[in-house]
Design a protein around this ligand. Structure first.
Ligand code: GTP
Ligand code: MG
Length: 197
């Protein structure tokens, strides 16, 4: 298995703190607890480099993970976590929006994560609409996470459901599991294709 040299360069709260050297970026967006940090760890072959937790809302700043000085994996705070104060939600939303709305040519691919077990939530649908409206700025793929938690035979069925609800081609939805590593190589390949590296 390949070894990746990874370091965390920045935990940013605002655009002035984002890395400036122009490496291509792959951002991970999705609701709290959907498995963004776990998927990053699976892609870089590490156990707990990006901190993960069963308590939603762990990632509160934007973490830029520098991989081999070749690209950044950008771990965004999760949206839609209700158990914090309105002020706190607003603060997170500002942090996420400031990255996504910012005119950032380095952002090449936005990975939208949804839980394969459930119908996309209202927030997932909103996110997906926003992503489509911005599809001229970057490529998008959907990662359907926690695929180890359903039977193999159900995977395609769930992907079809997600495809229908979000209005996204099944080919652009990849079932992944950070636990069983299902789909990880496939996703890595798609990322490299998009970045042309
Ligand atoms: P926030 O930082 O709160 O936005 O969450 P996150 O999206 O980064 O989720 P995180 O990676 O921390 O994972 C949340 C929980 O789901 C943890 O308990 C993980 O162990 C679990 N989890 C993540 N991915 C998988 C997976 O593929 N399979 C299974 N079974 N559990 C997973
Ligand atoms: Mg996280």
């Amino acid at each position: 298995m390949e070894y990746y040299n990874v370091r965390i360069d920045v935990s940013a709260a605002s655009p002035s703190q984002y890395p400036a050297e122009g490496l291509p970026e792959v951002a991970f967006a999705g609701r709290s607890n959907v498995g963004k940090s776990s998927l990053i760890n699976a892609l870089i072959n590490r156990k707990n480099f990006a901190k993960t937790s069963s308590t939603p809302g762990l990632t509160r700043l934007i973490n830029f993970y520098n991989v081999n000085n070749m690209l950044y994996l950008v771990d965004l705070p999760g949206y839609g976590y209700a158990k914090v104060s309105k002020d706190e939600i607003k603060k997170w939303k500002n942090i996420i929006d400031s990255y996504l709305e910012y005119d950032r040519p380095q952002l090449k691919l936005l990975l939208h994560l949804v839980d394969i077990r459930h119908e996309p939530t209202e927030n997932d649908i909103l996110m997906s609409k926003w992503v489509k409206a911005n599809s001229h700025r970057f490529k998008t793929l959907v990662a359907a996470t926690k695929a180890d938690k359903i039977k193999k035979a159900q995977i395609n069925e769930q992907i079809k459901k997600i495809s229908n609800i979000l209005g996204i081609s099944c080919e652009d939805i990849i079932a992944v599991s950070a636990d069983s590593r299902l789909g990880i190589e496939q996703l890595r390949k798609r990322i490299f294709e998009v970045l042309d590296i």
